[in-house]
Design a binder for this molecule. Structure first.
Ligand code: MOS
Length: 699
C-alpha cells in the first residue's frame, strides 16, 4: 500500500480481510478457553403455558453431561434491562422456543444428548399467534419504535381524500422476516476467581452487552468485559443483547468453568427476534396532475406478551412526499409469539414497501410516469415537521438512476414484453433513512516512532468499521493509513454506541475525529521528540451529539429493477438492479458500495424469497433453517449496481457523512414488486413473490 496519505473516501481494503479469509480471525465461539464446557439450549415445545416439571436424571446420566440448568436451579438475575434476557427465572412459557433449560457438558455432542434425554412437562394455555386486521387485541400504543409518536395527523385527511379526483386505497401484507446472519448468535463466558465476568459475544455493540450483563447479574460495569472482536453479520438481530450471553454467563457461574454457547440455526427464529409482520393500508389522494393532496398510512403489527415492540412502518410517510393532509398511525396486538426485534431498516423497509408500491399504483391511475410522480411531490421542507432538510437528494437520485438505467425508453404498458415464456418489466421506488448519531468516547495515541493508535469500542459486523475509522483518523492526522492502528470490539476500550441505526460511522467517527483533532493540536504545539510513552488524547462527543438540529436530516435514494417472470413456473428472476443514493459524503468507496449492494440484495430477498410463517397450531415459525428460509445467493443477484451522489452537507458531523448500512434495503422490494406488475400487469400486494403465489395470480 502507498505511503502517501489517502483522501477520505478512498477504497481502502478491510483491515481484517486477510485474517477472516485465512480463518485466523476468532469469533465468539472460537476462543478455545482451557476447560471450556459447552451449552445447549432446550426450547419450550408449547406456545403458551408453564413448565410443570423437568426430570433431569436421565440427562445427567448421559456421559459428559455436567449440569442441567432450569428455572429451579439457575442463578437468580437482578434486573435485566430487557425482558427477553430474563431466562430460566420462572416457569412461564411466553412463546414456543423460549428457553426452559440449558444442558452443559464437556462436549457439544454430550450437551445435545443430554437435552434429548430431558423430560419436560407443561401445562398449556390457549395461544394466539395470528395477526388479523380486526384482531380484538389491537391497541394504539403511546409510541412506535424509535420514540416516534404512534399517531400523527395533519390537516383533514378524510375530507381531503374524499375530495381528491384521483385516489388509491390499497392494503399490503408482509409476513415476518428473519435476519439470519451467517454467524449464529454465540457467546463464550468466563468468571475469574475474583468475580470478573468476561463474555465473548457475537454482538453489534459490546458496551451495551457489558451494561446489560452487569444489570442482569447485579454487578458493577467495571466487573464485566464484553468482547465482540469479529462478528459474522447481525442486521439488527445482534443490536441488543440476546439470551445466549446471559445463559452462557449463568452456566459459567453455575459450573465455575468457561462455557461456550452457540445457538443452532433452527433455534434462532424464536430467540433472536424477527421483523414483525405488518398489514398496511395506504391511501393516496391526488389532483389530475399528480400533486398529492392527502396521504394516509395505517399500520397493524404484532408484538410478544413480554415486551412492546412496534415496527414504526408509517414513519417514512412523514418524511417522503409533500401533502397538506396526512394521517400516519400504528396499532399493535400482543400475541403468544417470539419477541420481534430489529431488522435492517426497521420501520423504513416494510413501510416504504407499502408506500412506494402505492405510489406506483397511483402513477398507473394517473397514467403518469412513476419517476415524474415522485419528482412532482418532492417537498421543500419535511412534511411532518416543517423543518428544512439539511440536504435532500431524492430528485437527483431519481434523475441519475433513470439516466443510468435507461428509464427514458420505457413503455409504461404492462404485460406486453415477452421473451418466449418470460414476461419482462421494470420498476422504480424511492428510499430514505434517517441520520442518527450517538455519543462516543475515543482515544488517540501518538508514539515516538511516528505511528498512531486509535481506541474505541466500535463494532465491525462486516461493514468495514475498523477500516473507515482508521481512515478518518489518518485524514485528520495527515498520516499514511498504514501508520494508524486501531483497536475496537472490547468494552475495556473507550465506551461507544452499538452498530445500529446506520449510525456507527457517524457516532464513532465523530469521537475518533475529535480525539485525532485534539492529538494533532497537541503534536503541533509540541517541540522536540515525544516522550517514550507517547502522547494520548481522549475525546467525548456527548455534548455535540446531543445538540438538536434545526434541520430534518435523512439520506435518500432511488432503486431501479428489471425482472423476468416465467409464466410456466412462476419464478421471478432479477435481470438487473441499480440504486443511486444520496447519503452525505461516502468515506470509503469500496466498503460503502458493499453496504449499498448488501442492502439491495436483502431487499431482493424480501421481494422474492424470504418469508417466515407463523404456524397457528404449532405457534412458531415454520422456516427454521436456510433450506426453507431462502436468502439470496450470488446466482439470484446477477447484475447489481450502486452509485451515489456526493453531498456536501455541513449540518451532519465533522465528516459530512450520513448512514449507509440500511438505506440500501429501503424501497428495494417495492422496486422489484413494481417491476413485477409492469412485467405481468398483475399487482400482488404481499411478499415474497414466490412461484406458488405468482402462478395463482397469473392463471
Ligand atoms: Mo440495525 S436494524 O439498526 O442494527
Amino acid at each position: 500500500m502507498s505511503h502517501a496519505p489517502q483522501p477520505l473516501g478512498a477504497p481502502a481494503v478491510r483491515r481484517e480481510g486477510r485474517a477472516k479469509v485465512t480463518g485466523t480471525a476468532r469469533y465468539a465461539a472460537e476462543r478455545g478457553l482451557p476447560g471450556c464446557l459447552y451449552a445447549w439450549v432446550v426450547p419450550a415445545t408449547v406456545p403458551a403455558g408453564r413448565v410443570t416439571a423437568v426430570r433431569t436424571v436421565d440427562a445427567l446420566a448421559q456421559p459428559g453431561v455436567h449440569s442441567v440448568l432450569t428455572h429451579d436451579n439457575a442463578p437468580r438475575l437482578h434486573e435485566p434491562d430487557d425482558p427477553i434476557l430474563a431466562v430460566l427465572q420462572d416457569d412461564r412459557v411466553p412463546h414456543r422456543g423460549w428457553p426452559v433449560a440449558l444442558v452443559v457438558a464437556d462436549s457439544l455432542a454430550s450437551a445435545r444428548a443430554g437435552a434429548e434425554a430431558l423430560h419436560i412437562t407443561y401445562e398449556t394455555t390457549e395461544h394466539d399467534v395470528v395477526l388479523t386486521e380486526d384482531h380484538a387485541g389491537l391497541y394504539t400504543p403511546e409510541e412506535a419504535n424509535g420514540g416516534y409518536p404512534a399517531v400523527r395527523e395533519r390537516g383533514d385527511f378524510d375530507r381531503a381524500f374524499a375530495e381528491s379526483p384521483v385516489r388509491v386505497d390499497v392494503t399490503y401484507t408482509l409476513e415476518p422476516l428473519h435476519n439470519h446472519p451467517m454467524e449464529p448468535h454465540a457467546s463464550t463466558a468466563r468468571w475469574s476467581p475474583e468475580g470478573h465476568l468476561t463474555v465473548y459475544d457475537s454482538s453489534q455493540g459490546a458496551t451495551k452487552v457489558r451494561d446489560s450483563l452487569a444489570a442482569a447479574f447485579g454487578i458493577g460495569t467495571d466487573k464485566v468485559t464484553a468482547v465482540s472482536e469479529h462478528v459474522g453479520g447481525g442486521f439488527g438481530s445482534k443490536g441488543t443483547p440476546r439470551p445466549q450471553a446471559v445463559l452462557a454467563a449463568m452456566a459459567a457461574l453455575h459450573t465455575g468453568r468457561p462455557v461456550e454457547l452457540a445457538l443452532a440455526r433452527r433455534q434462532m427464529p424464536a430467540l433472536v427476534g424477527h421483523r414483525a409482520p405488518t398489514v398496511q393500508r395506504v391511501r393516496l389522494g391526488a389532483g389530475p396532475d399528480g400533486t398529492l393532496t392527502s396521504v394516509a398510512q395505517e399500520i397493524i403489527t404484532h408484538t410478544s406478551t413480554i415486551k412492546e415492540f412496534v415496527e414504526q412502518a408509517a414513519v417514512p410517510a412523514r418524511v417522503m412526499y409533500g401533502s397538506p393532509h396526512s394521517r400516519t398511525t400504528h396499532r399493535v396486538a400482543a400475541l403468544n409469539v417470539p419477541s420481534p426485534s430489529w431488522m435492517r431498516a426497521p420501520g423504513e423497509a416494510p413501510g416504504m414497501y407499502a408506500l412506494e408500491s402505492a405510489m406506483d399504483e397511483l402513477a398507473a391511475e394517473l397514467s403518469l410516469d412513476p419517476v415524474e410522480l415522485r419528482l412532482r411531490n418532492d417537498p421543500a421542507d419535511e412534511p411532518d415537521s416543517g423543518k428544512p432538510f439539511s440536504s435532500r437528494g431524492l430528485a437527483a437520485c431519481l434523475r441519475e438512476g433513470a439516466e443510468r438505467f435507461g428509464w427514458q425508453d420505457r413503455d409504461p404498458a404492462p404485460g406486453i414484453r415477452r421473451e418466449g415464456a418470460l414476461l419482462l418489466g421494470t420498476g422504480v421506488a424511492s428510499a430514505t433513512y434517517p441520520v442518527y448519531a450517538s455519543p462516543g468516547h475515543a482515544s488517540a495515541h501518538a508514539a515516538p516512532d511516528g505511528t498512531y493508535r486509535i481506541a474505541i469500542n466500535a463494532t465491525d459486523i462486516g461493514t468495514g468499521a475498523r477500516t473507515v475509522l482508521a481512515q478518518i483518523a489518518a485524514d485528520v492526522l495527515g498520516a499514511p493509513l498504514d501508520d494508524v492502528a486501531i483497536d475496537i470490539g472490547d468494552s475495556d476500550l473507550p465506551d461507544a454506541s452499538l452498530a445500529g441505526g446506520s449510525s456507527g460511522t457517524a457516532s464513532w467517527g465523530w469521537a475518533v475525529h475529535k480525539a485525532a483533532s485534539g492529538l494533532a493540536e497537541r503534536l503541533a504545539a509540541h517541540t522536540g521528540p515525544l516522550p517514550d510513552a507517547g502522547v494520548t488524547v481522549t475525546a467525548d462527543t456527548t455534548e455535540e451529539t446531543a445538540e438538536k438540529s434545526p434541520y430534518a436530516r435523512h439520506a435518500f435514494g432511488a432503486h431501479f429493477a428489471e425482472v423476468a417472470v416465467d409464466t410456466r413456473t412462476g419464478e421471478v428472476r432479477m435481470r438487473r438492479m441499480l440504486g443511486v443514493f444520496a447519503a452525505g459524503r461516502i468515506l470509503n468507496s469500496r466498503t460503502g458500495r458493499s453496504q449499498f449492494i448488501g442492502g439491495m440484495t436483502m431487499g431482493i430477498g424480501m421481494a422474492l424469497t424470504e418469508g417466515s410463517t407463523l404456524d397457528p397450531v404449532f405457534g412458531d415459525f415454520v422456516e427454521s433453517d436456510l433450506a426453507s428460509y431462502h436468502v439470496p445467493v450470488c446466482a439470484d443477484v446477477a447484475a447489481i449496481e450502486a452509485h451515489w451522489i456526493d453531498e456536501d452537507d455541513p449540518h451532519l458531523n465533522p465528516m459530512g457523512s450520513k448512514g449507509i448500512g440500511e438505506i440500501g434495503i429501503v424501497g428495494a422490494a417495492a422496486a422489484v414488486g413494481n417491476a413485477f406488475r409492469h412485467a405481468t400487469g398483475v399487482r400482488l400486494r404481499t411478499l415474497p413473490l414466490t412461484p406458488d403465489r405468482v402462478l395463482t395470480h397469473l392463471a
